[in-house]
Design a protein around this ligand. Structure first.
Ligand code: ATP
Length: 316
């Protein structure tokens, strides 16, 4: 039995330890990078069962990605391998603590060949939640159709649809992203934009105006991520800011959004009140920015509980 289904492209991530232009880097530690698999891994650490689907290249990198994600306890049984295209790669270049570039080698990759017919309908139908990321529809037209098909299957089976826009400027234009994000958002039960993504989708500026525009006349829940400020929760039932947790030292801001999404999904699966759901997601986001790497900082459930307790109460 699977609680959550998600799918998308995970690439082999080459992230040098030195701060130098890539032309002077000679060693590339090999890791994995992918927003949707980050969420799936985050969920298994929080005690849930998650299934991740992708189309991987029939090559050593594809096998490395599958082994890594499966090794984290995620169900990968519906993944496929193809000879038609290689697994996508990503290189990160850190020039200073604030200046980071990414170089994609993913155009026409195996994952961009995902098609609606590839989806395992049974897994989506029996899942409680499906997590959709806005990266996947940017990969190709067939990927966009796959996203829309997954939503259709979810809707037919009462599976909750959670949408994280995850804007990637390098993959498509703002105009195209805006159109597709809004199409997906229309069918989503819960939307998790950053403020900039919400602004792009609605053309509004202020947090509350963005949330109001995303909610419209629907019955959705909108949760706008506000970095160190935490998040803003907006639904017909409640409208409130939920404070973030202080972070002693920001080591790596990337991946906070994925940890946050895992936290929201976990809280919903635990049927907690929404304010508490957002509070836990804030805690996870704050924990993730304190650790280097996308998945390294994703916490286990007990660690989050401990982190959320005010100092002094925990005596062990
Ligand atoms: P990502 O960089 O992973 O794409 P994002 O832009 O989607 O992240 P952020 O708003 O940066 O989203 O972070 C998600 C959540 O993580 C925030 O809503 C907040 O709860 C937490 N968070 C992020 N940065 C900080 C911080 N500096 N201090 C405390 N909490 C943070």
């Amino acid at each position: 039995k699977i609680d959550v289904f998600t799918f998308g492209e995970t690439m082999v991530l080459f992230q040098p330890e030195q701060m130098l232009p890539l032309e002077y880097i000679h060693q590339f530690p090999k890791k994995i990078g992918g927003a949707e698999s980050n969420v799936a891994i985050g969920l298994t650490r929080l005690g849930h069962s998650a299934s991740w689907y992708s189309k991987l290249g029939n090559d050593p990198f594809g096998r490395f990605i599958l082994n890594s994600i499966r090794g984290e306890g995620v169900d990968t049984s519906s993944c496929q391998f193809t000879d038609q295209a290689p697994t996508g790669l990503i290189f990160k270049e850190q020039l200073s603590s604030s200046d980071m570039n990414v170089y994609y080698y993913r155009k026409g990759s195996s994952a961009s060949l995902m098609e609606p017919e590839d989806l395992d309908e049974k897994i989506i139908a029996q899942a409680k939640i499906i997590h959709i990321s806005g990266i996947t529809p940017a990969l190709s037209e067939s990927c966009r159709r796959t996203v829309m098909r997954s939503i259709e299957i979810a809707k037919q089976n009462g599976t909750i649809v959670i949408f994280d826009p995850n804007m990637r400027m390098k993959l498509w234009s703002e105009e195209r992203a805006k159109k597709i994000f809004n199409e997906i958002a229309e069918h989503a039960d819960i939307i998790l934009p950053g403020l900039d993504e919400g602004q792009l989708m609605t053309g509004k500026k202020e947090v509350e105006a963005v949330a109001e525009a995303l909610l419209g006349k629907s019955n959705k829940t909108i949760i706008i991520k506000l970095g160190s400020q935490g998040a803003y929760l907006h639904s017909n039932a409640e409208k409130l800011y939920v404070d973030g947790f202080p972070v002693e030292k920001i080591v790596d801001p990337v991946g906070a959004g994925d940890g946050f999404a895992a936290g929201i999904i976990s809280g919903i699966l635990r049927q907690e009140p929404m304010k508490q759901v957002v509070r836990r997601a804030n805690a996870i986001g704050a924990m993730v920015v304190g650790v280097s790497g996308d998945i390294e900082g994703l916490p286990y459930f007990e660690a989050v509980e401990k982190f959320m307790k005010p100092a002094g109460i925990d005596r062990d």
